[in-house]
Design a protein around this ligand. Structure first.
Ligand code: SF4
Length: 425
């Protein structure tokens, strides 16, 4: 299938920071294990007695050294497999990161994980120049996937309400346009999107069985445009005019933030994640929202309190706004927010789950800024931490977290959270 890059301008190239080689548990297939075992690393003294792989839950992963780095990561932060045998000799997971390939009917959408510092900083060549590599990865997935697994129907809008792939793309394009609107504060862009989503959740698209009345193709684009305009009239102009989220909403939100902030493995693993007792204490603290924020990620400051998460960062700089907009537009345009890439969430729920990452990142940025980071550095770090979990932390796909998201959306707290944590005063 063809690989399509995104309309949003996003750049990336590896800058040899070695972050991903210290952060992730990299899965390796039997073929990849055989290939690496035949590379002769055991002849080097530093590999004496060092297993290349560890087995967890029936799966093999690259082993890590005591400093948290992959056993093949050199002191120069470069991959030794890549250096000696070339990129193709590495496990596929290493080669493909931070790209994401999302099947979208008859093509792939090329997405990107902004958990990678170079992706968050927009450093490197445009993604449009990297389609050659992406096609190679896509060909591999096509050759290993079960027949029909990649060309299935699109994710439902909700329940059993399914529209063609082209209409899902129209919805994504309309949402991306709202998120790109530089004339609006970023939080208000999301409130407008949530207004459109809430309205369309009540709509039927099939015209009651009459194809002439079906809301599809151009008619859908028109409806999305009209609703976007109506959102501008309906949503209060400033975040300060929006009601504060209720106690219950903030309690549920903090528990979701705990999941979005955490790192469970690698060099950035939080100390609060070490052992069941610490994890329990950490969960209780996030539920109560009192005292010092548990260090669920190594990047969190030692003594920042939950109170710091309620103090505004002030107006966001153009740099931070452009990062937030690029981040979310990449997720929307690639369709990473729904379907298989996001735990099977339907389209509307997927957009709500993505909306939640905005207040989550802003809360986190406030806590990071309380530890001494500049607001821009805090926002960039927060985006990387939240994106690391979005669509990948299995806890976010659990029935409990999906229920929590539904509660926030249905009570109207999601919009209030967007405004509350997006306010500048
Ligand atoms: S094999 Fe190479 S690219 Fe993959 S994690 Fe190890 S050092 Fe990094």
């Amino acid at each position: 299938m063809q690989v399509r890059s995104l309309p949003v301008v996003q750049n990336w190239d590896g800058h040899s920071c070695g972050d991903c080689c210290r952060s992730y548990a990299v899965p390796v297939t039997a073929d990849e294990r055989r290939r690496i075992e035949a590379q002769g690393w055991e002849k080097l003294p530093e590999f004496a007695g060092v297993p290349y792989f560890v087995k967890r839950g029936g799966e093999f992963f690259l082993n890590h050294r005591a400093d948290g780095g992959c056993v093949f990561l050199g002191l120069d932060k470069l991959c030794r497999i890549h250096g000696k045998f070339g990129s193709a000799a590495k496990p596929l997971a290493c080669r493909i990161y931070p790209f994401l390939l999302v099947p979208a009917g008859d093509h792939w959408n090329l997405g990107l994980r902004l958990a990678c510092p170079s992706a968050a900083d927009n450093k490197g060549r445009p993604l449009t120049e990297q389609l050659h590599d992406a096609r190679e990865y896509a060909a591999f997935f096509e050759s290993t996937a079960a027949p029909g697994a990649l060309t299935g129907p699109p994710p439902a809008l909700q329940g059993r309400q399914v529209v063609p792939w082209g209409d899902v793309a129209r919805i994504a394009a309309a949402v991306s346009k709202l998120l790109a609107d530089d004339a609006e504060p970023f939080e208000r862009r999301w409130r407008k999107v949530l207004f459109v989503v809430a309205t369309l959740k009540k709509a039927k698209f099939d015209g009651g069985g009459d194809p002439k009345k079906a809301v599809t193709a151009g008619r859908l684009s028109e409806l999305l445009h009209v609703l976007g305009e109506a959102a501008g009239d309906d949503e209060p102009d400033t975040a300060e005019e929006v009601k504060r989220p209720g106690w219950a909403g903030r309690t549920v939100f903090r528990q979701l933030v705990a999941v979005f902030s955490r790192k469970d493995h690698g060099a950035e693993k939080g100390t609060a994640q070490r052992g069941p007792l610490r994890r329990f204490v950490s969960a209780v603290r996030f539920a109560t929202g009192c005292g010092v924020v548990p260090k669920v990620h190594a990047a969190l400051p030692d003594a920042a309190t939950f109170a710091a998460g309620e103090v505004s960062l002030g107006p966001l700089s153009d740099t931070s706004v452009s990062l937030l907009a690029r981040w979310h537009r990449v997720k929307v345009e690639s369709l990473q927010f729904c379907g298989a890439p996001n735990f099977g969430l339907a389209v509307w729920e997927g957009l709500e789950s993505l909306a939640l990452t905005f207040p989550a990142a802003m809360w986190l940025a406030r806590v990071l800024a309380a530890g001494g980071r500049t607001p821009d550095a805090a926002v960039a770090q927060a985006v990387r931490m939240v994106d690391d979990n979005f669509g990948f932390n299995p806890l976010l796909g659990s029935a409990r977290q999906k229920f929590a998201l539904r509660v926030l959306a249905n009570r109207g707290d999601l919009t209030r959270l967007v405004a509350w944590y997006g306010r500048t005063q």
